[in-house]
Write a protein that binds this ligand. Sequence first.
Ligand code: SAH
Length: 418
Amino acid sequence: AARLCSGAGSKAQAAGGAGAMLRHLARKLRASGPVTVAEYMREALTNPGQGYYTRRGGVGESGDFITSPEISQVFGELIGIWYISEWIAMGKPSTFQLVELGPGRGTLTEDILRVFKQLSSVLSKCDVSVHLVEVSPKLSEIQAAMLTGGKVQASPEDESAYMKGISKTGIPIFWYRDIQDVPPGYSFYLAHEFFDALPIHKFQRTEKGWREVLVDIDPEVPDQLRFVLSPSRTPATQNFIQPEETRDHVEVCPEAGVIVQRLASRIEKDGGAALVADYGHDGTKTDTFRGFRNHKLHDVLSAPGTADLTADVDFSYLRKMAQGKTATLGPIKQREFLKNMGIDLRLQVLLQNSGDPATREQLLHSYDMLMNPEKMGDCFNFFALLPHHRVVRPDKKDKPESKSPLPPVAGFHELLLK
Ligand code: SAH
C-alpha cells in the first residue's frame, strides 16, 4: 500500500534485534542526553553510513512504500504535460532546467522525459537539462541505471555535480546533494514525496508552556528508545511556535522552510515554477509522525535505519516560507489536480489501445489508487510556486493590450492546451 494519510502513531512491536544504528544512537544518547525528533529523524534517514535512504531506499513494490509514479505511468506523464503547459504559458523560454528533489527510483523523471520526447516538436528549439538532488548513493545508482542505462561519469571536474550522464532520450542529467549546488537559471522544480521525508521538530503544550518532544534511551529496557518532554523551553520552542497557535501538539519542519525559501528566491530571480506534491494539511493536523516498513505502519522508535520515517507536510508553513517572493497555488487534492490535467481522457485512450484484459484491469486499478478519495485521491495534495506575473498581470495602465486574461495554471484549473 501507499503511505496513506496519517493516523495516530503505530504501536508495532520492535522489529529485529538492536542494529548498528540503534547502538550508535544509544551510545550518543547515553553520552550527551536526549536529542530532538529532527535530529533522530535525520540520523535514521540520511546518516551517511547507516541511514534508511542511504542503505535501503525503500521506494517501490519490493520496498517499504509505494508512490504514485510507481503505481502508474500516467501520473508522471500528466506532470510532464504540466511543465510543458507552463513553459508555453511563460512564453517558451529558450532553455530550462528540470530540477527534481528526492527522485527515488527515477521513475517520475523517466515518465516526464518520455513526454518531452513525444512532444519534441513543441520543445524542439528548447535546450533542456535535468538536475537531480539526491543524498542517497544507493538511489542515485538506481536512478542512473533507469535514466541513462548506467552510463554515468562520477565526480566530473568541471561541474558542481557529483555525477553526470545523458538520458536515453539524449538529455544531459546531473546529480547533486543539495539544491544550492544546482546552477542558477530558468528552472522547473519538482518535489514529489520529498518534503515529508525531511526532519521535523515536535512540540507539546503543557501547563508550564510549550515543551519540545525529545528522543531518549529508556533506562528500564536496554537499547529501547522512548519519547520524553524537554524540562524547559528549547531554542526550537522559542523560534517555531506562533503566539496565535491553538493546537496542543505541533510539528514543524524547518528544513522544508529553508528549501522553499531557496526555491522562491530562485524563481523570483531566474524564473520558472515549482510543483510540490505530498500528503499534508494546511496547518491543522497534530501528531502525524509515522514509520513504514514492508508496506506496514512501523513504530517510529524501533529499529531506526530499517524503516521509512515520515510526517505530513504543513502547506501553510510552506506558503509562509515563500515570503511573498512568489505566488503560491494550492494545496489542491490530487484527484482534482489529475482530473484537471485530463487523467480521464488519458485513461480512456490507454484502455482503447489495450486489448489485454490483465492490462486493462491494471489500468483501472492504478487509476483507482491515484484518484479514490479513500486511497490517494484526497490526502495527497499539489501546491505550486509561480512568479507573481504568471498569476496576476502587472498593472500597466499605459498598455491596454496587456489586459488580455492570463492563461489559467493547469491542474489548479482545467488544462487548456492550444
Ligand atoms: N520522489 C520519489 C521518491 C520519494 S522518497 C517518488 O515519489 O517515488 C524520498 C526521496 O528523497 C528519496 O529519493 C530520498 O533518498 C530523498 N531524500 C531524502 N532526504 C533527502 C535530503 N535531505 N536531500 C536530498 N534528497 C533526500
